[in-house]
Design a protein around this ligand. Sequence first.
Ligand SMILES: [Zn+2]
Length: 285
Amino acid sequence: MTEQPFTPGLIAPEPLTSPAYWFLFDGYRLLVHVDKEEKVANVPRVISPAELGVTAVSRHYLGYLNTPEGEIHCFTGELATKTAVPTGMITAGLRRLYPMLPETLFQIAGRAVQIVDWDRTHQYCGRCGHPTDILPNERAKKCPHCGHTSYPRLSPAIIVRVTRQGANGPEILLAHGQRHRTGMYSVLAGFVEPGETLEQCVQREVREETGIEIQNIQYFGSQPWPFSNSLMIAFTAEYASGNLKIDPQELADAQWFPPDNLPLVPPPISIARQLIDDFVRQHTT
Ligand SMILES: [Zn+2]
């Protein structure tokens, strides 16, 4: 097994003796160094945010990055309100920063933004309203008054590629969602409901959105998706029966497409695109 670049952790080294990456957020916007053209971004590396001239009102240890020069520790925190952005830096949302940041740092930023958001929204106990304490040995907060414990919230969502053998060869089912930008088609997706298995969710989403039945559901892979605290769990499936009949609340259109004539599809960052690219690869000689 190859060494993972990032090792998660909870206990910060004390004292911190070498500069660490600091993922500092103003709301959902990350503070980064940028070049003049604002094409390349980097996460600040300092012992303390004070070196940047900013104040963090919270501090969470994330773990460390394994690099050729050794371990680099990673912290996240929330900037004090009305923090002035230092010269040569910007704050920006993660979608904008995706093409600007090194991939490993982007992934850690996705982790960090969810921890900061959880910290911000769980200052008080959801059951009794008492201020909560952060637990030292797990990523959790506990109410000292009633004992209620809360964890960072993750919303599992399935995403599924449905294919069939059409009259002229293999085809993939792609849909244009009511919320998609103009002209973009993607595979089907939806949130898992309480009490449901992932496989049941896959079948239900496909049935509800397109009216068809599927078979041979296979696990494909997964991807954390920080923009809505989701964990995307991807599957492939084969068409079994039924005619396309879309749910107009969710979809504007759904069609079967051959691999050599696809519409506009999602960007490579997404597991949706990986599902589609995998289909194209399988059927291109
Ligand atoms: Zn409580």
